[in-house]
Structures are given as structure tokens and as C-alpha cells.
Design a protein around this ligand. Structure first.
Ligand code: HEM
Ligand SMILES: *[C@@H]1O[C@H](CO)[C@@H](O)[C@H](O)[C@H]1NC(C)=O
Ligand SMILES: *[C@@H]1O[C@H](CO)[C@@H](O)[C@H](O)[C@H]1NC(C)=O
Length: 437
């Protein structure tokens, strides 16, 4: 009898323990998964336009309207009419098609761009050198990156760019002005300023010098391409070339020389055994930590006839979330990509947008272009040292560089006379006719 009761107690105990264990596991699973899955799902819902259907009365916004309404200020400030501002499906389709055509390059064009990028950085430094007459050369890093990126992007996307007749020093000056004005207008636009018309006119007059035969409004293409590329290029150069000099010397330099010599998709994907990642992984890590489109906005139609509200998807915070990427989520560590992404990480990584309007540069153009630009600039300024402001002296350990557009403007690189940059050996950089402007 006692043994029967003991057995009964034992069974009851085991059953209770099992139930407790199962409840604990369910609790843990839902606890670790729920918070970030909810964040991702919320973003997906905004981007897929499913919120638009919830409104039961009044006018329903289409996905294009939902985006255009959130970009009204940008459209007004820059006078642009493109994918981002149109509410008409035909216009949208046409613009996307034209963009995709411009971004579809042949392998020999890619080779020419890699040469071009190296020549541009070298001649930029030579021109700066001619304009200095001291023992010390100081160059603003953000200005330099913007000019180099703008020149390479313009000559890639606009055949018309080859026909301008400015001498090189004037050309660089105009490029500098153009990128500066775009930056200023962008900030004015975010501030909701209505006082930007004369700056815009100046900007378009400058662009007209560079693209005398452009038949469409150049800013329509320049804005989505240049604005994204230069910001991530600058942060990439700082991480690769200046934060971690040891890895630069032992690995990055070799890998990026490789991509400049042979800018193919295979080289992008080639796993470097010594380092433990590919160039593509390095670019993905740059886009993870420094997504140039930090947030995407959409208008959401409100019920009962009130004007729509603007919802935002915070790409940057999903890209940096420690619950998704681990404790070192704020560190630049390309080797995290070596074994692929988890399902959750995959869903949380979308520097080029997702659902309705994915960037046409995503599949191939942007990553390869970024690899070339970051490589050409980092190698081109090999002998330089970086100068920070006192407040932001050196990289803060385990913290990312600021990803805000307004920051980093006072960064300079400098050279002493003993290691002034020399002109790149153009005979080694054979240029394709198509791209040599
Ligand atoms: C690092 C580089 C780039 C990043 C991070 C980026 C990011 C993005 C993002 C997040 C979107 C989606 C916007 C939305 O949903 O409202 C987008 C769309 C777009 N991007 Fe990019 N972009 C890059 C480069 C480029 C380049 C080089 C071009 C060249 C023209 C370009 C053209 C476009 C266009 C036309 C769209 C609109 C697509 C549509 O409406 O269907 N982007 N981009
Ligand atoms: C890119 O252009 C080539 C021809 O130059 C064409 O065959 C190919 O289909 C194009 N690819 C895309 C994705 O448009
Ligand atoms: C970089 O150079 C500019 C212009 O000479 C100067 O105003 C700025 O303070 C410099 N930045 C740093 C960090 O020294």
C-alpha cells in the first residue's frame, strides 16, 4: 500500500515537473523571440502597406501615395519627381526601369570604374597638393569622399558627364560645391524650411556645367544614388583604414587590392581564409552598422477623415539591436557574416528597403560600387593620418562612429612633406574609353 502511494507521488511529481519544464521553455522561447519579432513585424506591416487597409472610412491611400506623402518636403526642396515622389504607377514603373538600366553594367565597365576611382582619388590629392604651399597637407575627409563618390557616380550613371569642358581643378571645385549644396538642402528639407529656392537654383546651375546635355532633371537620379553612397563610404573608410590599422595591414588592404584589380562578383564573394570573411561580408557589415537610409517613412490614412499620420520604420535600430545581433551588435565585425544569418537577423537586415519598394541597386550595383569606392579611397590615402576634434578624439571603443549626416564634418586627414601623396601610375591603370572622362 505504502509503495503504491509512493509510486503515485512519484508519478505526480514527474508530471508536475514536466509541466513546469514545458511552461518554462514556452515562457523562455516567447520571451526571447517575442520582443524583436514584434519589432520586425511592425516594420514589415508599415512597409507592405497593410496598415493602409485598416482605415474603414474616407480615402484609402495607395502604397505610392503613402510614400509620396511622406516625401513631400524632399520633393519641394529639391524639385525632384521620381519613384519617391510619384503617385502614378506608370511613372513609377518607368523610373525604376530607367534606373535599373543605368545600373546594369558590363564586366568591362566595372573594370573601368575600378581604375577610374583610383585615378580620381589620386588626382584629387594632387590638386589639393598644388593648392598648398606648406610642409603640411590637410584635406577634409568628408569633402574628399563626397567629391570622389560624386564624380564616380556621375560618370557611371550619366554618359553626358564626359562632355563637360571644365579643367580638372575647376571640375573638382564644382563637384565640391554641388555636394555641399545637396547636403545643405537636405538639412533644410529636414528642418521643413521653405527658404531654399535660391540654393536649389545655384545647385542646378552648377549641375548644368557638369551635365550640359542632360535631358532629364539630373537630381532625380543623383539624389537616391549619391546621397546614400557617400555616407556609407565615409564610415567604411574610417572603420577599415583608421579604426583597426592592424587588420587593415594584415587583411583588408590585400582584399581590397584584389577587388580593385578584379572587380567581379566572384571576387566579391571569395571567402578569404586568412581573414575569415569575404569583401561582400565586409560591405554588408558596413551597411548593417551604417545604413545610409536610417529610417523609411510612410503616410498612414487615418479613419474619420483626419489627415494621414506619418509612420517610420527604424532600419538603423533593427540593424544594431543586441537582441538580434548579440552583445557586440555595436561593433564593426565583418566575420559575424561568415556562417550566414539567422532567420531573425535576415528579417532584420534591410538597408535597401523591403516589401513594396526594394532599391534597384540592391542585388549587385551598390555592394560592388561600395567595395570599389571604399577600397580606392582607403588605399589612395594610405600614407595619411586622421585628425579628430578634441571632443571626439579617437574611436570610442566598441561604439560605432556617428551615423548622422550633420556629424563628422570637421574630420581632416593630413600628410607631412616627407610622405606627400604621389600621382598614381596611370600606365598601370588602363582605362576603358567608355568611362575615361
Ligand atoms: C548604398 C546604397 C543605397 C542604399 C542603402 C539605398 C537604399 C534604398 C532604400 C532603403 C530604398 C527604399 C525606399 C522606400 O521604401 O521608400 C531605395 C529605393 C530606391 N533606390 Fe536606393 N539605395 C542605394 C543606392 C541606390 C542607387 C545607386 C540608386 C541609383 C539610381 C538607387 C535608386 C533607388 C530607386 C530608384 C529607389 C526606388 C525604388 C522604387 O520606388 O521601387 N539607390 N533605396
Ligand atoms: C543587362 O544588360 C544586358 C545587355 O547589356 C541584358 O542582356 C541583361 O538582361 C540586362 N540585365 C538586367 C537585369 O536588366
Ligand atoms: C579641419 O580643418 C578645418 C579647416 O582647416 C578646421 O576648421 C577644423 O577644425 C579641422 N578639424 C580638426 C579636427 O582639426
Amino acid at each position: 500500500m505504502t509503495s503504491f502511494i509512493t509510486q503515485l507521488y512519484t508519478v505526480a511529481f514527474i508530471v508536475t515537473a514536466c509541466i513546469a519544464l514545458i511552461r518554462y521553455l514556452i515562457h523562455r522561447l516567447s520571451n526571447t523571440k517575442q520582443p524583436y519579432l514584434a519589432k520586425i513585424m511592425h516594420s514589415d506591416n508599415i512597409l507592405s502597406g497593410s496598415f493602409l487597409k485598416e482605415s474603414d472610412t474616407g480615402h484609402q491611400l495607395t502604397p505610392l501615395e503613402a510614400r509620396a506623402l511622406s516625401n513631400l518636403q524632399l520633393a519641394a526642396t529639391f524639385g525632384i519627381r521620381n519613384s519617391f515622389t510619384t503617385t502614378e504607377e506608370n511613372t513609377h514603373r518607368e523610373f525604376r526601369k530607367r534606373a535599373a538600366q543605368r545600373l546594369n553594367l558590363t564586366e568591362s565597365e566595372w573594370k573601368a570604374i575600378a581604375c577610374k576611382a583610383q585615378l580620381v582619388i589620386s588626382s584629387y590629392l594632387q590638386i589639393s597638393l598644388q593648392q598648398t604651399n606648406s610642409l603640411h597637407l590637410k584635406v577634409s575627409l568628408p569633402s574628399m569622399v563626397r567629391v570622389v563618390v560624386l564624380k564616380v557616380v556621375l560618370s557611371t550613371m550619366f554618359d553626358e558627364y564626359q562632355t563637360h569642358s571644365l579643367p580638372p581643378d575647376q571640375e573638382y571645385h564644382v563637384l565640391d560645391q554641388v555636394s555641399d549644396m545637396i547636403n545643405k538642402l537636405w538639412i533644410l528639407s529636414k528642418q521643413g524650411s521653405t527658404n531654399s529656392e535660391s540654393l536649389l537654383n545655384q545647385l542646378n546651375a552648377h549641375l548644368n556645367c557638369l551635365l550640359p546635355e542632360a535631358y532629364s532633371y539630373p537630381l532625380n537620379f543623383i539624389l537616391p544614388s549619391f546621397e546614400t553612397m557617400w555616407r556609407v563610404t565615409l564610415r567604411g573608410v574610417m572603420e577599415l583604414r583608421f579604426r583597426d590599422c592592424e587588420t587593415w595591414n594584415s587583411h583588408y588592404q590585400r582584399m581590397f587590392k584584389d577587388i580593385l584589380n578584379n572587380p567581379t562578383l566572384q571576387t566579391m564573394k571569395k571567402f578569404d581564409n586568412e581573414y575569415g570573411a569575404s569583401v561582400e561580408n565586409i560591405v554588408d557589415e558596413m551597411l548593417r552598422l551604417y545604413p545610409p537610409t536610417r529610417r523609411i517613412h510612410r503616410a498612414i490614412s487615418a479613419s474619420d477623415g483626419r489627415s494621414p499620420i506619418i509612420a517610420s520604420v527604424d532600419i538603423e535600430s533593427l540593424h544594431r539591436d543586441p537582441e538580434i545581433w548579440g552583445k557586440d551588435s555595436l561593433c564593426f565585425r565583418p566575420t559575424r557574416w561568415r556562417s550566414g544569418l539567422s532567420e531573425t537577423q535576415h528579417a532584420a537586415f534591410f538597408p535597401f528597403g523591403k516589401k513594396m519598394f526594394v532599391c534597384p541597386a540592391k542585388p549587385s550595383f551598390a555592394p560592388r560600387m561600395l567595395a570599389i569606392l571604399v577600397g580606392a579611397i582607403s588605399i589612395g590615402i594610405e600614407q595619411a593620418t586622421l585628425e579628430w576634434n578634441k571632443e571626439t578624439n579617437s574611436f570610442i571603443e566598441k561604439q560605432p562612429i556617428s551615423n548622422r549626416r550633420e556629424d563628422l564634418n570637421t574630420l581632416n586627414i593630413s600628410y607631412h612633406k616627407s610622405n606627400f601623396p604621389t600621382l598614381a601610375d596611370t600606365s598601370k591603370l588602363q582605362l576603358d574609353n567608355h568611362i575615361s572622362g
